[in-house]
Design a binder for this molecule. Structure first.
Ligand SMILES: C[S@@+](CC[C@H](N)C(=O)[O-])C[C@H]1O[C@@H](n2cnc3c(N)ncnc32)[C@H](O)[C@@H]1O
Length: 255
């Protein structure tokens, strides 16, 4: 997908993404000193957490802005700009860790991605990842689609949100053995009070929204808030709660 990342805004307003990512670290089953790649490392916050667990780390991300932010915030760690579908490590990894990245990669490219993960792991190496699963943010994106359609614009759903069975089969096809996998709902409170939903849409579906004139964007966002308020607004906590569904996997390179 053609997403432009705003590293500062992401770090300030969407820290829940990497904070939830900390829950996945415990799936890595390796001794200290093992080499762990943080693929799609974003601002580097989880690369740091991996290092704190005693791993040797490298962060890769396709976004130059994210890599610059990570390198500025964690100057003692190494980050490089690279694409998950094509990168090639000099040293095969003991673990490839990835949080909230794979759903940004087109479905047509997923087999190539899986093959590239396999090629960059040592035999017996682990893939530990989490990303959007089937139905992720379904209510939000469906309503965005309706608002765009109301303004004569077609919504293009570019996200890859697979079922557990579909993605496990794809990994097996590439040579992985899937050891553990979960598909689960994770209602996610958004920061920013009343502004939370529109900030989320601007950050994660900004390309779709940006196809409308600014005045019409405002109309679409207000329309979304009106329709979704009964389902996604938490009056007690005064925040929007996004209807996240996550797919979490641990798989091993067999051979
Ligand atoms: C939601 S952020 C997650 C960042 C980080 N993993 C975290 O948990 O905060 C998604 C990241 O995936 C990266 N990304 C998207 N497509 C990519 C690709 N094809 N190759 C490498 N990185 C990619 C983006 O640049 C962005 O930094």
């Amino acid at each position: 997908m053609n997403q432009k990342w705003q590293a500062e805004e992401y770090t300030k307003g969407f820290s829940f993404v990497y904070q939830y990512g900390e829950n996945i670290l415990s799936l890595i089953d390796l001794p200290k000193g093992s080499f762990c790649l943080d693929l799609g490392c974003g601002n580097g916050a989880l690369t740091r957490r991996l290092q704190e667990q005693g791993y040797r780390v490298l962060g890769l991300d396709a976004s130059g802005e994210m890599v610059s932010k990570a390198a500025a915030d964690y100057p003692d760690l190494t980050f490089r700009q690279a694409d998950a579908r094509t990168f090639l490590l000099e040293e095969a990894a003991d673990c490839i860790f990835s949080n909230a990245v794979f759903h940004w990669i087109d479905e047509a490219d997923q087999p190539a991605l899986a093959q590239n993960l396999y090629r960059n792991l040592r035999p017996g190496g682990q893939l530990v990842c989490e990303f959007g699963g089937k139905g992720n943010t379904g209510a939000i994106l469906a309503e965005l689609g309706r608002q765009l359609a109301g303004q004569g614009m077609e919504y293009r759903h570019g996200f890859y949100f697979p079922s557990l069975g579909h993605h496990a089969a794809l990994l097996e096809e590439a040579g992985f053995s899937v050891r553990q996998a979960w598909l689960f709902r994770r209602p996610t409170p958004l920061a920013g009070g009343e502004e939370g939903l529109r900030n989320w849409v601007r950050m994660f579906a900004g390309e779709q929204l940006g196809r409308l004139e600014p005045a019409r964007q405002e109309q679409a966002l207000a329309g979304m808030e009106a329709v979704l308020r009964p389902y996604l607004w938490d009056p007690e906590k005064s925040c929007w709660v996004a209807d996240y569904v996550r797919l979490r996997l641990q798989a091993v390179r067999e051979d």
